[in-house]
Each structure stands twice: as C-alpha cells, then as structure tokens.
Write a protein that binds this ligand. Structure first.
Ligand code: NAD
Length: 462
C-alpha cells in the first residue's frame, strides 16, 4: 500500500492521459483499472476497433467499386471474417500495450481491480485501501438503451457486441442514426449486410449542420443503407434466430415491425459511475446522472474531481483527454484550461464528416448575423482523382468581423482537415486569414481555403 498524490479511477483516454500529465508534473500517481487491458472503451471496444473494421471494409468497398475503373482488374477479395476480427484485435492490443509502456515510462502504478471511494482521500480496490491527496473519477460511460429494448449482446447488441459478432449478419436493424449507428452500420453494409437504420428524429446525426445531414444521408443511401426517420422504436423481441423491432411513425402514429438477425442499439451512452459509492459520499449529480463539477473539474466533495464522459459535455475521447490534461495541471497548481467552444467532432464514415463550432441553426436561433462560404469537393482536383467529389467544406463567419464561428466538412479526410479550422478558431482568426494562407496543391485542404475565400470575394474553382 502506498500513499499517492493522485489516484485516477479509470484508464480510458481521460484517465490515462491525466495520469501521464500528473506524473510529468511530478505527482506520485496511480490509476485503478478493472479491465484486463488499459485504454478504456475507446481503445478496447470503441474508437480504435471500429476504425480497424472501417478501414478493412472501406478497402473492400474500393476493390468492389473503384478498382476496375482505375484499371485494376481481377476478382474482388472475399471476406475472411475471423481474420478481420484478428486484425482488429491486433490493432487493439498494439494500442493498449502502448499505454502500458507509457505507464512504466512515467512510473505510474496500475492498481488492477474495480475501485470504490469509501471516504475522501481513500480508494478501495478489493480489500486494500489506498490513500491519495486527490482522486480523479474518469470512469467513462456505458451504452444506454431505451424502454422496451434489452441488450443481450447476442441478438440485441450494443456497439461492444457489434464489433465482435460471430458472423456477418444478413439483416441488421440499427436503432439510432447517431455516430455509432452510422459508423457500424457502414461497416456491415459494406460487408453485404442489409442495414436498416431507424431514427426517432426526422434527420440523421442530431445536432450536425443540416446541409451535412442531407448530403451524408444521400451518400449512405447510395452505399446501401436504408433509413426510416421519424420513427420511435417501441419494443424489440428476440427468438433464438431472429429479432423483431416494433416502431411507430411519429407523423401518423402508424405501427410497423422489422425483422433482423442482429439489432444494434445505438441510442446514446450514459455515465458509468455505479459501484463507486458516490451516493454515500454525497457527490452531487446532474438530473442526467452526470457528476456535477465546477470550472476546475472539482466535485462538491473536497479532493474529488471528475472528467470525461462521467461529467457534462460531449461524450468524446478527445474532450476527456483535454480535461485529463487540464485537471492534472490544476492539481499541480497550474492553470488548466479547456476551450469547450473549439472541440471538433468527427464521424468516420466514407466520406468523413467533421464539425467544429457553431451551426447555422444555432446562429439563427441566437439571432446572430453570419455569412457562409461553401465549396464543393467537385472543384477539388485531388478529391475527384479518388472518386470523392461529393461533399463540401462550409465555413461560417461573423457577418461583420469575418471571425470564424464554425466549420462543417463532409468529404475525404474531413476528420484531419477540420484541425486547420480548430487552430484558426483558437487564434480568433478571420476567414480571410485562412484564405490568405498558401495551401499546397493538389490537396484536399485546398477546399478549406476555397471555402474561406467564398466568405469574401469568392472561391476560385467554384
Ligand atoms: P448519439 O447520441 O450520437 O445518437 C443516438 C441516436 O438515437 C439519436 O439520433 C437519437 O435520436 C436516436 N434515438 C433515441 N431513442 C430512439 C428510439 N426510441 N427510436 C429510434 N431512435 C432513437 O449516440 P450513439 O451513436 O449511441 O453514440 C454514443 C456516444 O458515443 C455519443 O456521445 C457519441 O458522440 C460517442 N461516439 C463518438 C464517436 C466519434 O467521435 N466518432 C464514435 C462513437 C461514439
């Protein structure tokens, strides 16, 4: 048993990044993690394995749809599902072992097991009680289901089950057209599964720019996904071989059912805080079950802090990482800071979708004057060379000052390109600053510059 400056509970992107920064700042640090491997949901059953499956199935899609037109002839590859799963696990293992290496390098102790907090300053794992001056809760989130739907991880699965299905299903119903539903729906559609996405709202990807929503839906439809929008799923019943999804259309209350081999429940996630003993400690929660924190990630109990999916804000790995670094700095007596106005979000479909800052909808609601510069990838030589001319870059700037307020991209490498705008926004840049910056040719990023030019005197290639 040792005394620590900081014990962090949870080794996901929030917790492990926080631990590394604490150690770098000279704090004696331990992390409690009950999983067999470090990295939390993101590395083990989230961001990373899904990206491996997205990459593999995108490659298949390229071979099936684009190879012949590039003069690459021959039979398309067939799918060895067991090998694809092995590849995915190898990617996961490389990454989780990487965190273990970083822990050793930074002299961070990994306390294996599930933690409870019996009292401020104490973390109990098994029978042992460890002492810490400060505790950071970074326990993340777990899939949330809806009334009438029970996840069994066999026929009715969360993203966790969907990443490791024993075989590729013939028919899949996805409940929820959010990030998980569309990414994993894309994976299986590319593998030949008949995928139907049932969404409560009238649009896909809630909260995203409406031009992006429409374009993405059109493209995904062409890729074989079927959408039933404005439909509330009411019940899922499953037998040994099939599942039935009953839903009601909101516009006319008509009811219908769909049959599937697998149902993926992608209706959001909820904070994973059970078993920590928060109620007994008197830790204040929000009505949505998130741990309430102040501007420095402190809970109402002195010495206990919380970050990531367990608190308010977008449930994104990189938001948790930023909070991990910032709270470590606060604990080391420095001024930790997260700029919540500049947190990008990305959907890793093909094409990718990326967004940062405000949408037109939000600006309209706020009654603010803005201008829009939009540029289609049809005018971008590089995108056309790789058959990705669909999609666009849209930059929104203040009507008077030209300061960039948001950007929404659907197109190749959107998830990487968005960072140019993130940096610009961090510096309070105007659209003209981006427009005046030389961009290499031929790159996808030229479309970002063209959209910035479109905020002023006009894009060149439009
Ligand atoms: P989400 O909140 O993105 O989408 C859930 C969708 O389910 C919504 O569109 C909602 O309207 C719909 N829904 C809710 N109840 C319904 C019902 N009864 N019938 C039909 N539809 C219903 O949630 P998610 O996709 O499950 O993702 C969970 C979290 O994980 C999100 O916060 C997401 O940001 C995060 N995540 C991020 C990434 C990424 O950054 N690429 C990837 C995966 C997950």
């Amino acid at each position: 048993m040792a005394n620590y400056d900081v014990i962090i509970i949870g080794a996901g992107p929030g917790g492990y990044v926080c631990a590394i920064r604490c150690a770098q700042l000279g704090l004696k640090t331990a992390v409690v993690e009950g999983r067999e491997t470090l990295g939390g949901t993101c590395l083990n059953v989230g961001c990373i394995p899904s990206k491996a499956l997205l990459h593999a199935t995108h490659s298949l899609h390229e071979a099936e749809h684009n190879f012949a037109r590039m003069g690459l002839k021959g039979k398309s590859p067939s799918v060895d599902w067991a090998q694809m799963q092995a590849y995915k696990q190898e990617v996961v293992a490389q990454n989780t072992k990487g965190i273990e290496f970083l822990f050793k390098k930074n002299r961070i102790d990994w306390i294996k097991g599930w933690a409870t907090i019996p009292a401020p300053g104490q973390v109990k794992v098994g029978e042992e009680v460890h002492k810490a001056r400060r505790i950071v809760i970074a326990t993340g989130s777990e899939p949330a289901t809806i009334p009438g739907v029970e996840i069994d991880e066999e026929r009715v699965v969360s993203s966790t089950g969907a990443l490791s299905l024993p075989k590729v299903p013939k028919k899949m119903v996805v409940i929820g057209a959010g990030v998980i539903g569309l990414e994993l729906g894309s994976v299986y559609a590319r593998l030949g599964t008949q995928v139907t996405v049932v969404e409560y709202l009238d649009t896909i990807t809630p909260g995203m720019d409406s031009d992006v929503q429409k374009t993405l839906q059109r493209i995904l439809k062409k890729q074989g996904l079927t959408f039933i929008l404005g439909a509330a799923v009411q019940k899922v019943t499953s037998t040994k071989t099939k599942a039935k999804v009953a839903y009601q259309l909101r516009k006319d209350s008509s009811e219908a059912t769909l049959e599937a081999d697998i149902v993926l429940v992608a209706t959001g996630r909820k904070p994973f805080t059970g078993g920590l003993g928060l109620e007994a400690l008197g830790v204040e929660l929000t009505p949505r079950g998130q741990i309430r924190t102040d501007g420095h990630w402190a809970t109402n109990i002195p010495g206990i802090y919380a970050i990531g999916d367990a608190i308010e804000g977008p449930m994104l790995a990189h938001k948790a990482e930023d909070e991990g670094i910032a709270v470590a700095e606060v604990l080391a007596g420095k001024a930790g800071h997260v700029n919540y106005a500049v947190i990008p979000s990305v959907i890793y479909t093909t094409p990718e979708v990326a967004s940062v800052g405000l949408t037109e909808q939000e600006l309209k609601e706020a009654g603010r004057a803005y201008k829009v510069g939009k540029f289609s990838f049809m005018g971008n030589a590089r995108a056309k060379a790789v058959f990705q001319g669909e999609g666009f870059v849209k930059i929104i700037a203040d009507a008077e000052t030209d300061r960039i307020l948001g950007a929404h991209i659907i197109g190749p490498a959107a998830g990487d390109m968005i960072h140019e705008i993130c940096v610009a926004m961090e510096f309070g840049a105007a659209a003209q600053d981006v427009a005046l910056t030389c961009h290499a040719h031929p790159t996808y990023s030229e479309a970002v510059r063209e959209a910035a030019l479109a905020c002023g005197d006009g894009a060149i290639h439009a």
